[in-house]
Design a binder for this molecule. Structure first.
Ligand code: IFM
Length: 468
């Protein structure tokens, strides 16, 4: 099926770009439960740390919250129709732990499982492969009152929860992501405090990071126990490649520090069974409470690495060695363009990152599980949203993927962030990442120019391989 785009006649068939991708390359879009579902008080869902954080004055833009969001909970049919219209091969969504286990542990809320069961069946009926993420930041509040991720018990609770979901959906869902961006959960949530639970305790962030990793490692076999041998289990990390701004020795030193903190903190335990040398000393913190066997559990082999990438970090060395989380970045980068989030647009960064990951960590497979951009969109109040900068962004980043594949990276799929506009955490509804526009007062969906462009790319890719 190819989507007509008479409203955007400038959109070209992207045959040349599509030709860089093998026939079985998977094209998708991603979302997350708290950011789109709404229905925060329905069918037995319990509260999460994001409900609590958003209810705390001053924490989110104009006090926005996910109570209604894009009302996806009630609009699954419409949204999956949109996916089909766009020609998506896969859809990455997250499961809300507080819908399944309102207390975090113990009694299962069957209505919560039923919702995702219906979503999965609907996707499959429309020919879309489900990629389920088990944790995208919405920890049940009762677990936070016992310390949240700073408490080792949360890792054990997560593994139980993962198994409950896999038991119910494992006969139909073949692609599982344990955690989304644990670096953000740990550092932004526990050290900086700009994300839930809003703590400002750097040591707690290191401990939380370890328990998140442990949760992942404990969950992998629990998921595999309920899925077929063809199924894949992985984890998604937010990864920003680090570049040196110049060749001074102090810049080389600080670039290595920033890399250990931004990349190695989570990649090394997962793929090498150890934390980066000197990381905790450089942070002037104690190492996390590692128990015997933890690192072996954390480094249980996975089937794929999910990569979320939006920008890069350009480091300029300081005279005195900084803490690893306080290296100086060049910002703004002279001549560079920025998205509405204030993130530098640097398409080569994703390509370089993929090549680096392949060479340094050799994951069996890689999916880009998120990539996209927030811009101020202009909706004509009718059926057209013009977002040429997002089209340019996507084209340039996707071009880089083709180059990475050419260099031998085992990249199997790409998910644009995001399918629809949504609750952008502390930024509320003030930032729009969707390739589909949401008019929040009416919940009307309008495919943006970038959505039509993405559909054209996917259609060109299908045509190439159908006629081959
Ligand atoms: O919206 C988020 C998503 O939840 C996690 N990755 C980054 C996106 C854009 O900030």
């Amino acid at each position: 099926m190819s989507l007509t785009h008479e409203r955007h006649p400038q959109i070209q068939a992207e045959t040349h770009l599509a030709a860089a991708f093998p026939a079985n390359f998977l094209w998708g879009a991603a979302t997350a439960a708290y950011q789109i579902e709404g229905a925060a008080f329905e069918d037995g869902r319990g509260p999460s740390i994001w409900d609590d954080f958003a209810a705390t004055p001053g924490k989110t833009y104009q006090g926005h919250n996910g109570d209604v969001a894009a009302d996806h909970y009630h609009l699954v049919n419409e949204d999956t129709d949109l996916m089909r219209q766009l020609g998506l091969g896969a859809y990455r969504f997250s499961i809300a732990w507080p819908r399944i286990l309102p207390q975090g542990r113990g009694a299962v809320n069957v209505a919560g499982l039923d919702f995702y069961d219906r979503l999965v069946d609907t996707l499959l009926a429309k020919g879309i492969t489900p990629f389920a993420t088990l944790y995208h930041w919405d920890l049940p509040s009762p677990l936070q009152s016992k310390g949240g991720w700073a408490n080792r018990e949360t890792a054990l609770a997560f593994a139980d929860y993962a198994e409950i979901v896999a038991q119910r959906l494992g006969d139909r869902v073949a692609n599982w992501i344990t955690l989304n961006e644990p670096w953000c959960s740990a550092y932004l949530g526990y050290a900086v405090g700009v994300h839930a639970p809003g703590m400002q305790d750097r040591q707690a962030a290191i401990d939380a990071g370890h328990h998140l990793l442990l949760a992942h490692g404990l969950a992998v076999p629990r998921i595999r126990a309920h899925t077929s041998s063809q199924s894949e289990v992985g984890i998604t990390l937010s990864l920003t490649p680090v570049y040196a701004a110049d060749d001074r020795p102090e810049t080389q030193r600080d670039t290595a520090l920033a890399e250990a903190f931004g990349l190695g903190w989570f990649l090394d335990p997962l793929f090498r069974g150890k934390y980066p040398d000197g990381l905790f000393e450089n942070l002037k913190l104690a190492q996390p409470p590692i128990q015997e066997g933890d690192l072996a559990t954390i480094s249980t082999p996975i089937d794929f690495l999910g990569v979320n990438n939006y920008s890069r970090q350009l480091v300029r060395g300081a005279a005195a060695q900084p803490l690893a989380d306080q290296c100086e970045s060049v910002s703004p980068v002279p001549g560079a363009c920025y998205t509405d989030m204030g993130w530098e647009i640097y398409p080569h960064g994703l390509r370089d990152l993929l090549v680096y990951l392949h060479q340094a960590y050799a994951p069996q497979k890689i999916y880009v599980t998120e990539n996209g951009a927030a811009f101020q969109d202009s909706w004509d109040g009718n059926g057209s949203v013009s977002d040429p900068r997002r089209v340019e962004f996507l084209r340039a980043y996707i071009e880089g993927l083709g180059e990475a594949i050419e260099q031998g990276v085992p990249l199997r799929g790409y998910f644009v962030w995001s399918l629809i506009d949504n609750f952008e955490w502390a930024e509320g509804y003030n930032k729009r990442f969707g390739i589909v526009y949401i008019d929040y007062p009416t919940q009307r969906r309008v495919i943006k120019e970038s959505g039509y462009w993405y559909a054209a790319l996917l259609s060109a890719h299908r045509d190439l391989h159908q006629s081959a």
